[in-house]
Ligand binder design. Structure first.
Ligand SMILES: CN1c2c(nc(N)[nH]c2=O)NC[C@@H]1CNc1ccc(C(=O)N[C@@H](CCC(=O)N[C@@H](CCC(=O)N[C@@H](CCC(=O)O)C(=O)O)C(=O)O)C(=O)O)cc1
Ligand SMILES: N[C@@H](CCS)C(=O)O
Ligand SMILES: [Zn+2]
Length: 771
């Protein structure tokens, strides 16, 4: 019999209960017991959803109060000493690593001041994990029981789950040496394996027959040493006297380039592959799996919201069954469903025509069960479901909503000249110096200011029709007035309007563009307690009207300082939406670029002479593996940015922003964007990363973020000054801008004002030093 399985379920809850409980606990408004109880309730609810959907193999330990990789850091006692020295509780330590902790001394406790660990993109997704940060003399110890406790918790509810554990090779490969340390993480494998042996044995003792061990790094280009580590690790973990059966899970790509690793793991019970992202790997993998090994076929997309095409999925599964037999095939989600929203049932406002095309986590759980049944018992056993699915797939393929001839005509008329600014950078910056008249070390922020609960409440009232458009507009104008006054008081040079009118930097644009639909409840975790509600691209994209001009123009009218217009770039709009799967991403990016080009030109016409086009997702879109796909991506991603920005005069300054600094393998892309000013994340990474800008003699302006905005802690004046000093080793004073490393929407004003005051004072120090 073909079984069905889910690799992981979203943990926030249908109404983001986990986010609300966590933030309430952080704010001191509710107890730790109440937070733990919410976690328990959600886990039970999610197991039940999957059981009711008919899923045979249900995961546990996919839940986390912050991030699953961070859980493993704590589970293996790989917590740096700067966190353990405060004797915090395990949960407090977890959150301190995730988001930093700054706490004044009390009568009974000492003061705490510690920054967070680095947070990085989970492969090419908009989910962020906390990076294992390792020491030269790193030791590991099993120091917790979370996977076992959660397995037992489900068992008590009558559900025998398959625990999910991040594999040792991925844990180490995704980690890094701590600042000042030089360890190559994979060299720590021998130290780490005994901890896995103990953990797996304990899981088996608790009754876990099978464990899903995630090794997603197998889809990457791996150094030889890392590839060999698979054999070392799994010859031990797959042969434990009393260990569980292991299903090694890979996702987000194919493993064909690492197929020589497969023989070293084909004594394991099973192997999971992502057949949504890489259906072409099936043949090679079938030929390489072990004689008795199970293949878990990931045919239901864990990364997007489109209904599975049953006919295609069944075809793939049947190919596997023909080769291996029904008992050796599992129908699965392609990856964890963490990246999909909870349930389509919450969407009461979606047009039924398009709602019928979607499937969220709860519906996807049903899909794996239906596909498994179709293959096991024959299509007659699920005839109704197959018929409805085929009708839905056909309706989408032929819908008028997907095609707009005017958009296609405009794309066809694009010329080479549309991609280039009028003059090269030296002439542009000379013109910009005249229009903008900025000091050395100009200061700015990245766009958003705190999204206070007042802002959210007013927006919510407006959405529900409880206040009029005029009342809402007045409220937004007042917010803009306030942030301008604050920025002028602090002494920033290039101001922003603060983005109070935006729910999210992508959703906001999605709601204003043709070709998109948006949801009311389809939240997806981005990091920690933060969630996004990606809009959905269903058809060709165009801009019916200006999207940001009113607010930017208003803001500029309220200050003599330059006001920066603020847009989200085409690649980021694409990647942080749920994209179409029937049209290449480059086509969708080009359509977005044309819409944004019109917006950029309209902003300039309205008197906005600094325009930032954010492209934080351009890095995560970079294909995971070296090769042709990367070359193609570099071309279309750069072109779409240039198409959106190149329509302005020389004196208009184009900024771009990326909240990461991992440039080594894509410096050409950064440079080719031809933005006048770049602001990048640099606060958590080693300033040496800037070396690439020095080495490549980067000619334009750059603002490497001087502090980490993801943490509530306030950076001191000295700290920022030291950071700038470090940057000046790599960058010329005349090219350096001073800014935080991302927008301030997630921060409180009590954190923002002192942090920016310290930032401006630090810039003034260098202005005098280099006067
Ligand atoms: C910069 N980043 C972003 C990423 N992706 C995006 N799509 N957007 C980003 O900004 N990726 C990388 C980084 C880091 N990631 C994030 C992700 C999310 C946030 C964030 O602050 N999220 C907010 C939600 C933002 C939002 O859409 N808010 C809406 C709805 C607010 C709401 O909850 N309303 C309530 C009712 C109102 C009330 O009474 O309070 C409700 O619906 O129940 C809005 O503002 O209108 C979050 O809170 O998680 C930051 C960085
Ligand atoms: N302008 C956006 C960029 C975030 S990446 C903001 O400030 O929130
Ligand atoms: Zn950012």
């Amino acid at each position: 019999m073909v079984q069905s399985s889910v690799l992981g379920f979203p943990r926030m809850g249908a109404n983001r209960e986990l986010k609300k409980a966590t933030e309430s606990y952080w704010a001191g408004k509710s107890s730790v017991e109440s937070l733990l109880e919410t976690g328990k309730t959600l886990r039970a609810a999610h197991w039940k959803i999957q059981k009711d959907a008919g899923v045979d193999i249900i995961p546990s330990n996919d839940f986390s109060f912050y991030d699953q990789v961070l859980d493993h850091i704590q589970l293996f006692n790989a917590v740096p000493e700067r966190y353990t020295k405060y004797n915090l509780s395990p949960l407090e330590t977890l959150f301190a690593m995730g988001r930093g902790l700054q706490r004044k001394a009390t009568d009974t406790t000492e003061a705490v001041d510690v920054t967070s660990l680095e947070m990085v993109k989970w492969f090419d997704s908009n989910y962020h994990y906390v990076r294992p940060t390792l020491q030269d003399n790193q030791t590991f110890k099993l120091s917790g029981t979370k996977p076992i406790d959660e397995f037992n918790e489900a068992k008590e509810l009558g559900i025998v789950t398959r625990p999910v554990v991040l594999g040792p090779v991925s844990f180490l490969h995704l980690g890094k040496a701590d600042r000042g340390q030089s360890v190559t993480p994979i060299d720590l494998l021998d130290n780490l394996l005994p901890v896995y042996e103990e953990l797996l044995t304990k899981l088996a003792e608790a009754g876990a027959e099978t464990v899903q061990i995630d090794e997603p790094v197998l889809v990457l280009d791996l150094p030889e040493k890392t590839k060999k580590a698979f054999a070392t690790a799994y010859s031990k973990l797959g042969a434990l006297a009393n260990g569980p059966k292991l299903v090694l899970a890979t996702y987000f790509g194919d493993i064909v380039h690492n197929i020589d690793v497969v023989p070293s793991i084909n004594h394991l019970y099973g192997l999971h592959i992502d057949l949504v992202r890489a259906p072409g790997q099936l043949k090679d993998v079938l030929a390489a799996v072990g004689e008795k090994q199970i293949l878990s076929a990931g045919v239901v997309d864990g990364r997007n919201i489109w209904k599975t095409n049953f006919s295609k999925a069944i075809g793939l599964v049947e190919t596997a069954v023909e080769a291996l037999g029904a008992d050796r095939v599992i129908v699965a989600t392609s990856s964890s469903l963490l990246h999909t929203p909870h349930t389509l049932a919450s969407e009461k406002k979606l047009d039924p025509e398009v709602a019928d095309w979607f499937s969220f986590a709860t519906e996807k759980a049903k899909e794996v069960a239906i596909i498994a049944k179709a293959v096991t018992e024959g299509s007659d056993s699920v005839a109704e479901e197959l018929k409805a699915n085929a009708a839905s797939v056909e309706a989408r393929a032929t819908s008028k909503r997907t095609n707009d001839a005017a958009v296609k005509d405009r794309q066809a008329a694009i010329t080479d000249a549309d991609y280039s600014r009028k003059s090269p950078f030296p002439e542009r910056i000379a013109a910009q110096s005249k229009t903008l008249n900025l000091p050395k070390f100009p200061t700015t922020t990245i766009g958003s200011f705190p999204q206070t609960s007042e802002i959210r409440v007013q927006r919510n009232k407006f959405t529900k029709g409880e206040i009029t458009a005029e009342q809402y507009e007045k409220f937004i104008e007042k917010e803009i007035d306030d942030v301008i006054a604050i920025q002028e008081e602090i002494g920033l040079d290039v101001l922003v309007h603060g983005e109070p009118e935006r729910n999210d930097m992508v959703q906001y644009f999605g709601e204003r563009l043709n070709g998109y639909v948006f949801t009311t409840h389809a939240w997806v975790q981005s990091y920690g307690s933060r969630c996004v509600r990606p809009p959905i691209i269903v058809g060709d994209i165009s801009r019916p009207a200006p999207m940001t001009v009113k607010e930017s123009k208003y803001a500029q009218s309220k200050t003599k300082k330059p006001m920066k217009g603020m847009l989200t770039g085409p690649v980021t709009c694409l990647r942080w939406s749920f994209p179409r799967d029937d049209v290449h991403q480059s086509v969708q990016a080009e359509q977005l670029a044309l819409a944004l080009r019109d917006e950029v030109i309209d902003l300039e016409k309205a008197g906005i002479y600094v325009i930032q086009v954010d492209e934080p997702a351009i890095r995560e879109g970079f294909p995971l593996r070296d090769g042709k796909e990367r070359e193609e991506y570099l071309k279309w991603a750069v072109n779409s940015f240039k198409l959106s920005t190149a329509g302005v005069e020389d004196g208009t300054q184009i900024h771009s922003h990326f909240c990461y600094s991992d440039f080594q393998d894509m410096f050409s892309l950064i440079s080719d964007l031809d933005a006048d000013v770049l602001s990048i994340e640099n606060s958590k990474s080693d300033a040496k990363l800037l070396n690439v800008f020095k080495k490549e003699e980067y000619p334009r302006h750059i603002g490497p973020g001087v502090y980490d905005i993801h943490s509530p802690r306030i950076p001191s004046y000295e700290e920022i000054k030291n950071r700038i000093e470090e940057m000046l080793v790599y960058l010329k004073p005349e090219q350096l801008w001073i800014d935080p490393d991302c927008g301030l929407k997630t921060r409180q004003w009590t954190e923002t004002k002192p942090a920016l005051t310290n930032l401006v004072n630090a810039a003034k120090f260098f202005r005098e030093k280099y006067a």
